[in-house]
Design a binder for this molecule. Structure first.
Ligand SMILES: NC(=O)C1=CN([C@@H]2O[C@H](COP(=O)(O)OP(=O)(O)OC[C@H]3O[C@@H](n4cnc5c(N)ncnc54)[C@H](OP(=O)(O)O)[C@@H]3O)[C@@H](O)[C@H]2O)C=CC1
Ligand SMILES: N[C@@H](CC=O)C(=O)O
Length: 384
């Protein structure tokens, strides 16, 4: 097997390290030689001497000897060209690029099929957690009822540090960045877009439908304050950025939002950069995947497994229909902080200083907003 790794940053360099350190064991397992022929990056890094360094990805995708191209530069422009050109050159592709797959998955999967080559992308969801392989292989007997998860390590890490270390938002973000968790554009993490990319990929594979990413509504954690975190805790809840997908009417309900989760729920206790994915299935019922969702070796672990897979298994099928509609999931219980008492259906009421805190009964968001005579009221979803 001859591999070219394009992108030698956090994940790409980790892939080179793991493949180099584990070469003997992996070769024995795969019963073949495993060679990284190229490392491609914009700036030269320290590579083992047998690996050819190049700045130009064309060297990799046009080399007839290369059979696996590993795309780890991120983004949706050059990365898209790399992947489509590599597939059209009959190379297997491995990527961690969730943004690209959420936006252009259909075109990419169809190009792989047309060229009779594999594309694997386990690292794109949940870092090192083998959740996509489980969906495509181990859970294939089941129809998926619901997918719920914490899918972004950066925001979970920030929420954890804000709560446990009393750090402010920017301090926590800077630590997450130093640990290699944060996207090149941090807004993707903070505004829930990265989690939306991941729930889009999980929903596609779970419901065998291509989802139009632009129809997904996502919000992030920028509006979560220490004040609301403290009130949530007093009422027995913790803030988590929850991604959710389930069948709704003639399509799928998909949502990403900062949500108060009951402390008795397992999801509420997933801290640090850990991710969790709960998949409710019709035969095997609820299955929970838990592990680190971001970081060099965590992510590189999934990429290396996928590289091996290109030489092991049948191609994953992506013969999906288009999902007709994506709906927001707006019927929920809500946390409301208002500056005066309000007339809404509620389960719990708490008041401190000038704040009036409610946990509502299940209600449609528009009905709740209509009933609230307070434009400045703070509203978050509640779970559990
Ligand atoms: N970090 C993580 O924990 C995770 C990352 N991912 C995904 O993995 C992918 C890589 O992420 P990550 O390693 O963190 O990103 P980095 O920014 O650390 O690495 C990307 C590397 O690609 C290089 N690069 C950019 N353009 C080119 C090009 N045209 N040719 C060659 N190299 C290029 C960059 O160089 P330069 O810096 O000079 O621009 C950089 O070194 C992304 O899709 C990301 O979303 C997925 C799961 C977890
Ligand atoms: N920025 C992402 C990296 C992994 O996907 C995250 O924080 O989860």
């Amino acid at each position: 097997m001859k591999i070219g790794v394009i992108g030698l940053g956090t994940v790409g360099y980790g892939v080179v390290e793991i493949l180099t350190n584990e070469k003997t064991r992996l070769e024995k397992e795969m019963k073949q030689e495993i060679v990284i022929k190229y490392g491609c990056g914009l700036e030269e890094v320290d590579l083992p001497e047998e690996i050819i360094y190049t700045k130009d990805y064309h060297d990799v995708i046009n080399d007839e000897e290369i059979d696996v191209v590993v795309e780890l530069i991120g983004g949706t422009t050059i990365a898209k060209n790399i992947i489509l050109e590599a597939l059209n050159n009959k190379k297997h592709v491995v990527t961690a690029n969730k943004a690209l797959l959420a936006h252009y998955g259909k075109e990419i999967f169809q190009t792989a099929k047309a060229n009779d080559v594999h594309i694997f992308y386990e690292a794109s969801v949940g870092g090192g957690i083998p959740v996509l392989a489980s969906q495509k292989e181990s859970l294939i007997a089941n129809n998926t009822k619901e997918i719920v998860g914490i899918l972004n390590g950066t925001t979970n890490f920030i929420l954890t540090l804000m709560e446990n270390e009393n750090l402010d938002f920017d301090e926590a973000l800077s630590i997450a960045d130093g640990l290699g968790y944060v996207e090149a554009n941090p807004a993707l993490d903070l505004d829930g877009i990265d989690a939306a990319h991941k729930i889009c990929i999980l929903a596609q594979n779970g419901y065998q439908k291509f989802v139009d990413f632009d129809q997904i509504q996502a919000s992030g954690i920028r509006n979560v304050t220490k004040l609301d975190m403290d009130y949530a805790k007093k009422l027995g809840y913790r803030f988590k950025m929850i991604a959710q997908a389930k069948p709704v009417k003639d399509g799928l309900g998909i949502d990403v939002s900062a949500t108060l989760v009951n402390l008795n729920e397992l999801v509420a206790n997933v801290m640090d950069s850990y991710n969790v994915v709960e998949i409710d299935n019709d035969y095997v019922n609820n299955i929970i995947y838990y592990g680190r969702g971001a970081g060099r070796y965590v992510t590189a672990s999934a990429v290396v497994s996928d590289i091996m897979k290109t030489h092991q298994v049948e191609r994953w099928s992506h013969d999906y229909e288009d999902c007709k509609h994506v709906y927001p999931i707006s019927s929920s219980r809500y946390y409301v902080r208002a500056s005066k008492p309000v007339d809404i259906p509620y389960e719990t009421y708490y008041s401190e200083k000038d704040d009036h805190i409610y946990i509502t009964e299940e209600i449609e968001l528009t009905d709740l907003k209509n009933k609230l005579d307070d434009e400045n009221a703070v509203i978050f979803k509640v779970r559990g």
